[in-house]
Design a protein. Structure first.
Length: 252
């Protein structure tokens, strides 16, 4: 579902990139004789930054172009025409476009950096929470259940269950490097998106195989970022360590 919401947000941002500068420029029409062109341009830059902060680089660039166009149409003479008679206003319109493009890209980068920080903090919290449960002597079943719940949220899954000690059939596997592979005799397939059906994440502790998490993604959803997949592998390793410490039966 996270991929769906990201796509929806980007579509909304593209619509806002067209409408927000238009509405802001239209709202400035009653005040255009009292405001300088520079102040009008600065107000439009705020609209560009607002769009860029919620959307993609494309949305920010489109908002900058939209702002420059509506500045020309509504706020420079001759009004209601895509033409500018005054040389200073031409310079202001060009600067509005250039500054809008630069600031929008900076806003997008700042939002992405913030998202990375928040995501990394969430990943660290997930790993520390599992480690704390193991250190506090939680039962292996409790650790497995905790990891199962973490995997659902971390990978954006529809569902997930743990299967003890059996290896039935050939399923795509989330592996240590974060890649998703299906290995069959004479054929190896790498996936860029979730495949149809279940995907396995094996649980190994002390060199012994104890079982696997069966991951059930939403149909058509993209793979989560590599960082999230690597955290999922680390969580499965923590579950394997807990099972091995408890001395449960294993295969291999």
């Amino acid at each position: 579902m996270s991929g769906y919401w990201f796509r929806l947000r980007d579509r909304v941002a593209l619509v806002a990139a067209l409408l927000a500068p238009f509405l802001v420029a239209l709202s400035l029409v009653p005040f255009r004789t009292g405001l300088s062109a520079t102040n009008e341009a600065l107000i439009l830059v705020v609209a560009v930054v607002a769009v860029a902060a919620m959307g993609s680089r494309a949305a920010g660039a489109l908002a900058a172009l939209s702002a420059a166009a509506w500045f020309d149409f509504f706020l420079t003479r001759p009004y209601q025409q895509f033409a500018i008679a005054d040389g200073d206003e031409i310079q202001t319109a060009v600067l509005l476009l250039v500054v809008g493009l630069i600031v929008s890209q900076l806003a997008v980068r700042a939002r992405r950096l913030q998202a990375v920080v928040v995501t990394d903090a969430a990943h660290l919290s997930s790993l520390l929470g599992t480690a704390r449960l193991v250190e506090d002597g939680g039962s292996p079943e409790a650790v497995v259940e905790h990891v199962r719940r973490e995997l659902v949220g971390l990978l954006g899954l529809r569902g997930c269950r743990f299967e003890y000690g059996t290896l039935m059939g050939h399923l795509p596997r989330l592996e240590h490097g974060g890649g998703l592979w299906l290995r069959r005799p004479g054929r190896i397939t790498e996936y860029a998106d979730w495949p149809d059906g279940k995907t396995e994440l094996r649980v190994v502790g002390g060199g012994h195989y104890y079982g696997r998490f069966l991951l059930d993604p939403h149909p058509g959803s993209p793979l989560p970022p590599e960082e999230a997949r690597l955290v999922a592998v680390a969580l499965a390793a923590q579950a394997g360590s807990a099972l091995d410490t408890a001395g449960l039966s294993h295969q291999g």
